[in-house]
Ligand binder design. Structure first.
Ligand code: GLU
Length: 261
């Protein structure tokens, strides 16, 4: 059975760009007689607000983009991410990194000076347990390029010098987007990942995590997004409106039309 999802980060209201992505995901699931799930990616405690969550839910409801099953809130799943990160350390796929921001900054500056891509050089890989604050990093595959098969973009290869040992758990125990998304998509049985193409290259990281965790790979369907005049993903700062403002202006949604019969 086809299972898709929409996974907004609640750091702002729902605007037409997010709605467009959600619509594809919803249409695909409904067309295939599958299920469409909603997940709130509220791992960034400082930027996520209750107000945004409410605006997203109200917007989806007004549009008639109904979801199946309970909404998954990532903020309620920190214990699970922590447990999985520890499991990866045990399986030698991850390690604790004690590098300070100053040390990382110095590393980057030196690499840039040498004309290299700034990336984490793996210096904590074999350090083992130490005192002090740490993050958990994934041991990336250092040798091979990674090819993503995408239903829209085709075969996209990410060169191995763009891949480094990325962080999966921050020092405050919050998971990074990459880690939480892979675990949750797997646990929710998502078969087709439809999302904005700003995440296309991130899929190389996700594929490595899926291999390490023995997860089944979903289909990737990256969608071109609505952009602002500067070419970046449309946002509030470009003047994008809350989708509910269209309602206030008198636009009808699918749910309004159904109500009218
Ligand atoms: N929270 C991510 C975003 O808003 C979701 C990306 C994804 O669907 O994997 O961009």
């Amino acid at each position: 059975m086809v299972r898709t999802r929409f996974a907004p980060s609640p750091s702002g209201f729902l605007h037409i760009g997010g709605v467009r992505t959600a619509l594809y995901s919803w249409l695909f699931a409904r067309n295939k007689g599958g299920q469409f799930l909603l997940r709130i990616e509220d791992t960034d405690v400082e930027r996520s607000t209750e107000e945004s969550i409410e605006a997203i839910l109200a917007g989806m409801q007004w549009l008639g983009l109904d979801h199946d099953e309970d909404i998954v809130y990532q903020s309620k799943r920190f214990d699970i991410y922590q447990e999985k990160a520890e499991g990866l350390i045990q399986a030698d796929h991850a390690y604790k990194c004690y590098c300070t921001p100053d040390e990382l900054e110095k590393m980057r500056a030196e690499q840039t000076k040498k004309g290299e891509n700034p990336r984490y050089d793996g210096r904590c890989r074999d350090k083992g347990d130490q005192d002090g604050e740490f993050v958990i990093r994934f041991k990336a595959n250092a040798k091979e390029d990674i090819t993503i098969s995408d239903s829209v973009y085709g075969q996209i290869t990410v060169h191995n010098d763009e891949l480094d040992d990325f962080i999966i758990l921050r020092s405050n125990k919050a998971p990074t987007y990459h880690f939480a998304v892979v675990i949750d998509d797997n646990e929710s049985g998502i078969t087709h990942i439809l999302r904005g193409d700003d995440h296309l290259k991130n899929s190389a990281k996700h594929l490595q995590l899926m291999d390490a965790m023995d997860y089944k790979k979903p289909e990737f369907i990256h969608l071109p997004m609505i952009l602002g005049p500067d070419g970046s993903r449309l946002s509030k700062r470009h003047g994008a409106m809350n989708i509910l403002e269209y309602k206030d202006q008198g636009f009808f949604s699918r749910s309004d039309v159904e109500l009218l019969g």
